[in-house]
Design a protein around this ligand. Structure first.
Ligand code: FAD
Length: 438
């Protein structure tokens, strides 16, 4: 088994410039804000903190290095050879690797897995210059706190990184083309999150498109226009983060040498991880489905099982999705809008964290748990959580969905007290109107 990686370190986007560094900064900035704005003082923990941004970045980088080294260790342990360089398909069963010194090596394999991931989608007229106009990688490594940061795109990455810099002291304006944040997310959940982020000081310009940007001595001047048409206006920013999404990465991959082609969005097609060409497999961000690390991981497991001749399946209906804002948002399964579009009758069970004793005692009682269950069978179809620890709580409902549990199943399971997980049970009870704690 060999893995060809062009980057200097292992771990892909997730470890190097994605999930892990963003979570490191979200954690540190949350603590800083709690100390600075009196949340800790109200608990009797006093003192005004000073921000040492360089140290905050160093601890993030140290954690990332430890994690990427961890993958090196796992490669050695499981005898996976790491071939450093950029891989290119060179006909069926063959890969050419170009190393940093310009030398090449040729590999032959019965099975080739394309897992080349994705890259930030560029926005015409707003070119990334890695100085003032940044993509997510740049926004994870700024050397100063922007006075005014404009985030283009109210998706997960924009809201998470916008949260980091707002907590560290920036004025943050999020400009979004659509009339809502987080397209695809259950609408009530998205509105609750937007209200909460607005209360924290994040400003939203919805239904607005950015049509151009010019870098000036003082920062960046953006041209904004109503998405529905109308006059342009200018918006000044110190830094701009372009976060309008990611696109599959297949540049220089030699797809044509094996007769493969990406679709219009640059995406490679797959049927149960098989590309159209025998012996070539496709997983992760480079192919259809949510661009999430755990989705890529699930596909990797299924793909390798299939190569080994075993049965395997990825349940795309039970892949959770999280926004690591404060409050966190976590969802699995279908939204109310999706169920309505299908004409599928459903019941809603909701429970607010303001009635959950653990959340109240911790002063983090914002948000709710919402369980959507089939009206006739009571099978759980979707769960949407806004609130403290939502990213951890959602795991219970991933299990529930995989086991085709009913809301009653969850309602009858004993949950520990006092925990936020009780809200999961109470919401399930409320599908039938039995919640006891509210
Ligand atoms: C800021 C940010 C935050 C994120 N946060 C989360 C999160 O909290 N949770 C979550 O689930 N997901 C998150 N993601 C998404 C997650 O990082 C991706 O979904 C995940 O990394 C996809 O995995 P992958 O293996 O498909 O591709 P990648 O992780 O992108 O790995 C592909 C690798 O292939 C290498 N490569 C590409 N072409 C070649 C070639 N020709 N030869 C050799 N090597 C090549 C690249 O260098 C890269 O290292 C985040 C992403 C970003 C940008």
């Amino acid at each position: 088994m060999a893995c060809v990686e062009g980057r200097e370190t292992l771990g892909g986007t997730c470890l190097n410039v994605g999930c892990m560094p963003s979570k490191a900064l979200l954690h540190a900035s949350e603590l800083y804000e709690a100390a600075r704005d009196g949340e800790l003082a109200s608990l009797g923990i006093e003192g005004t903190p000073t921000l040492n941004l360089a140290q905050m970045m160093r601890q993030k980088d140290a954690s990332v290095t430890a994690l990427t080294k961890g993958i090196e260790f796992l490669f050695r342990k499981h005898k996976v050879e790491w071939l450093k360089g950029w891989g290119r398909l060179n006909g069926p069963g063959r890969v050419t690797v170009t190393h940093a010194d310009g030398s090449h090596s040729e590999l032959q394999a019965k099975g080739i897995v394309i897992a080349t991931g994705s890259e930030p989608t560029p926005l015409p007229g707003v070119a990334i210059d890695d100085r003032r106009i940044l993509d997510s990688t740049g926004a994870l490594a700024l050397a100063e706190v922007p006075g005014h940061l404009v985030v283009i795109g109210a998706g997960v990455i924009g809201l998470e990184l916008g949260s980091v810099w707002r907590r560290l002291g920036s004025r943050v304006t999020v400009v979004e083309y659509l009339e809502r944040i987080c397209p695809g997310l259950d609408e009530e959940t998205a509105k609750t999150l937007q209200r909460s982020l607005s209360k924290q000081g994040m400003q939203f310009r919805l239904g607005t498109k950015v049509s151009g940007a010019s870098v000036t001595a003082a920062g960046v001047e953006l041209s904004l226009e109503p998405a529905a048409g109308g006059g342009a206006e200018q918006l000044q920013a110190d830094y701009v983060l372009v976060a309008i999404g990611r696109r599959p990465y297949t540049a220089g991959l030699g797809l044509e040498s094996v007769g493969l082609a990406a679709d219009k969005r640059g995406m490679l097609d797959n049927q149960q991880q098989r590309s159209g060409v025998p012996g070539i497999w496709v997983i992760g961000d480079v192919t259809a489905g949510p661009m999430l690390a755990h989705k890529a991981e699930d596909e990797a497991i299924a793909c390798i099982e299939r190569i080994a001749g075993h049965a395997a399946e990825v349940n795309y209906g039970a892949i959770p999705s999280v926004i690591y804002s404060k409050p966190e948002v976590a969802t699995v399964g279908q939204s109310e809008e999706q169920l309505k579009a299908q004409g599928r009758p459903y019941r809603v069970g909701k429970f607010p964290f303001s009635a959950n004793s653990r959340a109240k005692i911790n002063h983090e009682a914002e948000g709710f748990v919402k369980v959507l269950a089939d009206e006739r069978s009571d099978q759980i179809l979707g769960v949407h959580i806004v609130g403290p620890g939502a990213s951890e709580l959602i795991g219970e409902y991933c299990v529930a969905l995989e086991f085709a549990a009913s809301a009653e199943d969850i309602a009858l399971i004993c949950h520990p007290h006092p925990t936020r997980s009780e809200a999961l049970r109470q919401a399930a009870m409320n599908v039938h109107g039995w919640a006891m704690q509210a």
